[in-house]
Write a protein that binds this ligand. Structure first.
Ligand SMILES: CC(C)(COP(=O)(O)OP(=O)(O)OC[C@H]1O[C@@H](n2cnc3c(N)ncnc32)[C@H](O)[C@@H]1OP(=O)(O)O)[C@@H](O)C(=O)NCCC(=O)NCCS
Length: 376
């Protein structure tokens, strides 16, 4: 039995003061550093939003130019990191490969703690810039394709699509990916961000905190939900006619439908609203239209039958799909956006750090007598 003083899942527990992002779960609003997600998604770009998250203000053009050139100087990853991806490439899933790659970057850098603030800022930029390279590289290695090296003329989003496909992307595609990265860049005290803050609170190093965050994001209750949402829509449901019975069965058997529900939002997740509108716009083939129709029907059924609203992971699959990206990369794409928020939170945690060390209620015995192994 759970004691009433235990906040299971830390629900409602306040663990930090932050000025990075704010979620109004009653009104369905999200702000990064005071700017609404709608405004940023419409007007900003991922590099500018990353700057905003890291430094707390929108950059001047000189600051942005400097930030962009620093990011671009970090596009290349070490050949040794590529070799490590190659070792695990065929047999591991992309999120595990991303984790291994970041872990190995940390080993090559050799940081033992996070006392050096300047170094932490440098590592943050390196990680933001290298995630697209790692993800494209692991994909190309996994599928026996030729490696495409980064192009310093391109933005982060353009560069990712270029490395993945070997072709310079068209403007609409890179703009769409850029917007998706912005949408995923931060989200309050979510599980992976809390993991990162917990790890750095022992004054461990930034790479270790990011490795932990990747592990947390991978789970199906967090970032892994986008891949599962795709599978439900494409593989399990397949036709709008069976949506109602699928949802009825899932709810009756207490199964969770990925892409729905949220700890904080009690109404529509504003990111889901933006992505739903985008999904309609990008549905330019019968297949994409069909996918949108199924997703919309699941949404209607879940709201009606369970009063549960979609979260960010319901409509992001149709956006990634429209870019021709394989479902196995969807959670990595989430990480490519969230890396900025993770780094901003790590830096914020260190500014006013205290070791994160919650309490528990012990429910075991206290009077056990040790019995030698041969007598058990
Ligand atoms: C996100 C999530 C983990 C939040 O969980 P939580 O705050 O602990 O919510 P709870 O587990 O307390 O759920 C509350 C109720 O809603 C139901 N519920 C929540 N999400 C559900 C879902 N996706 N499908 C079906 N039922 C769901 C629970 O079964 C529970 O119902 P009950 O009260 O009748 O038992 C949860 O909604 C979920 O598992 N969603 C699916 C995975 C997902 O999309 N994750 C991405 C989040 S951005």
């Amino acid at each position: 039995m759970i004691s009433s003083v235990v906040a299971k899942g830390l629900e409602g527990v306040v663990v930090a003061e932050t000025n990075i992002s704010y979620i109004d779960g009653q009104k369905g609003k999200l702000y990064y550093r005071g700017y609404s997600i709608q405004d940023l998604a419409r007007h900003s770009n991922f590099e500018e939003t990353s700057f905003l998250l890291l430094y707390g203000h929108l950059p001047s053009s000189k600051e942005l130019q400097q930030f962009n050139s620093e990011l671009r100087s970090h596009y290349f990853i070490l050949p040794e990191v590529i070799q490590i991806i190659e070792i695990f490439g065929k047999s591991s899933n992309p999120m595990d490969l991303l984790r291994v790659a970041v872990c190995s970057m940390g080993c090559f850098e050799g940081l033992s703690n996070s006392y050096n603030v300047e170094k932490n800022n440098e590592v943050a930029k390196k990680l933001i810039a290298s995630f697209p390279t790692i993800v494209a590289t692991l994909w190309n290695i996994k599928h026996g394709k030729r490696l495409v090296f980064p192009n310093h003329e391109l933005s982060l989003a353009e560069n990712f699509l270029y490395m993945l496909t070997g072709k310079i992307p068209d403007r609409d595609s890179s703009k769409l990916l850029d917007m998706l990265l912005i949408i995923h860049a931060d989200h309050g005290m979510n599980a992976s961000t809390f993991t990162a803050r917990t790890i750095i609170s022992s004054v461990s190093d930034v790479y270790s905190a990011i490795v932990g965050a990747i592990g947390s994001l991978k789970g199906p209750l967090h970032g892994g939900a986008n891949q599962n949402a795709y599978k439900v829509i494409y593989n399990d449901i397949k036709s709008a006619d069976v949506v109602d019975s699928y949802v009825d069965n899932a709810l009756a058997s207490k199964q969770r439908i990925p892409g729905f529900g949220h700890r904080v939002y009690k109404c529509e997740d504003p990111r889901a609203v933006i992505l739903r509108d985008t999904s309609i716009k990008v549905a330019d083939t019968p297949e994409k239209k069909r996918m949108f129709e199924i997703t919309r029907k699941i949404e209607e059924a879940m709201v009606q039958k369970k009063n549960l609203y979609p979260n960010v992971d319901l409509y992001s699959p149709s956006c990634y799909y429209s870019l021709g990206i394989d479902v196995d990369l969807y959670t990595c794409l989430f990480a490519m956006g969230r890396i900025s928020g993770w780094c901003a939170h790590i830096i914020e945690q260190l500014k006013d750090n205290r070791l994160i060390r919650p309490s528990d209620i012990y429910t075991g015995g206290l009077d056990s007598t040790y019995v030698p192994i041969e007598s058990r």
